[in-house]
Write a protein that binds this ligand. Structure first.
Ligand SMILES: [Zn+2]
Length: 191
């Protein structure tokens, strides 16, 4: 790693590798469980084909995980954009995952409530999102169900290839999500 990667949760650089990790998490499933909890608390009956309830989306964002959700959902959209980008077809044309201008445009289009609603309407199941984070920034909710790799164990391209094979054998894999992390760690160009 030439320069320290930034944390996908707080945005600050991860200066010491032993302070950070790569974490894989089925974030869509977690969001959906929060939605179900909110529905139970508010005694709203959920039918399978019912539209996503806007008041419950707002409740989740106002809840104890609100700040985390607003930040991490950006990351989720960056990795799973193909699932959500139908409304922004005009942005098509050669842009790449780390083209920040286009990603920013997409993010502005998807306001936080809209992003959450889009995910709850239909997210890719059994697919982890991957983040690079400070150990201290990772909340228990994502730690307990996540797949964690200490940064010290994925600090060279060789180790990254081993992890690519190993994680690919162990879990349902979404290529752009893992690529997001590799680029985050090593940049676009190879060593
Ligand atoms: Zn952080």
């Amino acid at each position: 790693m030439s320069e320290p990667p930034s944390c996908d949760i707080c945005g600050q650089p991860i200066v010491k590798t032993d302070d950070g990790q790569v974490v894989g998490h089925d974030y869509g499933v977690w969001l959906h469980s929060l939605y179900q909890e909110a529905a139970e608390e508010n005694e709203i009956e959920m039918k399978d084909d019912a539209p996503v309830d806007a008041s419950l989306v707002a409740a989740i964002r106002k809840g104890p995980h609100g700040a985390l959700i607003d930040q991490v959902t950006r990351c989720y959209f960056a990795q799973f954009r193909a699932f959500f980008e139908k409304p922004v077809k005009t942005l098509k044309g050669g842009h790449t995952l780390d083209n920040n201008d286009l990603l920013e445009k997409m993010m502005r289009r998807f306001e936080p409530d809209v992003r959450l609603t889009e995910i709850l309407k239909g997210f890719p199941e059994d697919k982890n999102m991957w983040m690079v984070v400070h150990d201290d920034c990772l909340p228990d909710e994502l730690r307990e169900t996540g797949y964690q790799i200490p940064l010290t164990r994925i600090d060279t391209a060789e180790k990254a290839i081993e992890w690519t094979i190993q994680t690919g054998e162990k879990m349902q894999w979404h290529g752009p999500a893992w690529l997001y992390v590799l680029r985050h760690l090593f940049g676009r160009t190879g060593a």
